[in-house]
Design a protein around this ligand. Structure first.
Ligand SMILES: [Zn+2]
Length: 408
């Protein structure tokens, strides 16, 4: 035990609300006076004390109960009075594509700035890259894990397209892995698994502009799914249209990476029952639909269709995972996505899509909640999302594994 005087001084500093500038080498971190939401369903703790040590949450308790905590003098005290603490966010649909090429050798400062603008300033502590150049993303992941770049935990899925299904919105010179047969898809999936990727992403519907959508056959979907599932890895699908959705579901895909961008599209009772039976998760990507066409009226229709799909799926008890397709889209601000999602579900359900849902779905039991013993992946907000769901975008600090990776 350290001398009680040191603990008393630590407590005094804490009660005075003194704060220090964030330094990432600090191992103990204190946040006192904030409102903490331990999870989307647990009652909040007002005026809490939160202590983080060695990457984990050591204490989270009402401030007046935190009398005898033994804090080292070097503890970093964050300015938390009036703030709101929630668990670190997952973005289950991002891309490290444009601007991230040459990630193995690009200057760390440049990548750090991009990482902040795109992800960490919006609270993301874990992200799923659903298709980029694996060499770039894997290099970026290594540099983040080495502490050279402050960033989220990066998971990556390898892409497979149907034969001839080079979507019109991707540069023609991009080499896309296209599978003509189940055997080819199985080989590609095995290749991705051998590279150490964390999942597979299938384009079960490729958008071809004026020409019809090119869909991936169910047998091809199933071949890739079998390889991933044999290793306990998830499979995402970009559905695009009804056939793309049906082939994805019939082939056993785990997650629909988008709602379906069609005015008038609706999940049928049978679709919803199948998704429930197969535990299919849904990533709404509603903001994306404001970027795919120039006509604002059509944008509104696509967003409305997505909101209705989300509402129908959510009301049947479906698992919603937050995701924006950022990196493909350049709208980094998450406020609009929260507002759109808020039309279909409550703010706590939106928080669940950012925290508890992905940690449960992707089997990361030490993430997603602000509780003793959990990973210290935290977002400290300037305002309470219970009063306005868009406040989930008002990030003051992003903390990953007990280190401040973004500070406003
Ligand atoms: Zn995407």
């Amino acid at each position: 035990m350290k001398p009680i005087t040191r603990a008393a001084i630590g407590l005094l500093l804490m009660l005075l609300g003194l704060s220090a500038r964030a330094a990432d080498h600090s191992t103990t971190l204190v946040c006192a006076g904030a409102k903490v939401y331990p999870s989307p369903t647990a009652p909040p703790i007002d005026n809490a004390v939160l202590i983080v040590g060695e990457g984990r949450i050591v204490t989270v308790a009402p401030r007046n109960a935190a009398k005898y905590y033994d804090l080292p003098g070097s503890a970093l005290k964050l300015d938390c009075v009036g703030k709101v603490v929630v668990a670190g966010f997952w973005n289950s649909h991002v891309h490290f594509t444009s601007g991230w090429d040459g990630a193995a050798t690009a200057p760390a400062a440049k990548l750090q700035t991009q990482m902040q603008e795109m992800l960490t300033r919006w609270g993301f502590t874990t992200v799923w890259d659903l298709g980029s150049t694996p060499e770039d993303t894997m290099a970026l992941r290594r540099r983040v894990d080495a502490g050279e770049i402050q960033g989220p935990k990066i998971l990556m899925a390898g892409d497979i397209f149907p034969k001839g299904g080079h979507p019109v919105y991707l540069p023609a010179e991009m080499k896309l892995p296209q599978a003509a047969t189940p055997q080819e898809a199985g080989q590609m999936a095995k290749g991705y698994m051998a590279m150490g990727l964390d999942g597979i992403k299938l384009f079960t519907g490729a958008y071809m502009g004026d020409k019809p959508v090119i869909n991936m056959d169910t047998a091809i979907v199933k071949a890739a799914v079998d390889v991933a599932h044999a290793q306990g890895k998830p499979v995402f699908a970009h559905p695009q249209n009804r056939v793309g959705m049906e082939n994805a579901l019939n082939g056993g895909v785990d997650i629909l990476a988008h709602t379906i961008p069609e005015w008038g599209f609706a999940f049928t009772t049978a679709d919803l029952a199948q998704m429930k039976r197969q535990h299919t998760a849904l990533i709404p990507t509603l903001t994306l639909w404001t970027t795919v066409v120039p006509d604002t009226q059509i944008q509104d229709q696509l967003v409305q269709a997505g909101v209705s799909e989300l509402k129908a799926y959510f009301s049947e008890g479906g698992t919603v995972l937050f995701g924006t397709d950022v990196g493909f889209i350049t709208k980094y601000d998450t406020s609009q996505e929260f507002e759109f999602m808020g039309r279909a579900m409550g703010w706590g359900d939106v928080l669940a899509s950012l925290t508890t849902n992905p940690s449960a779905y992707f089997k990361a039991p030490t993430k997603g909640r602000v509780e003793k013993g959990m990973d210290a992946d935290l977002v400290i907000l300037d305002a309470d999302p219970a009063t306005d769901v868009r406040n989930l975008a008002k990030v003051a600090y992003t903390i990953r594994g007990g280190k401040v990776i973004y500070q406003k």
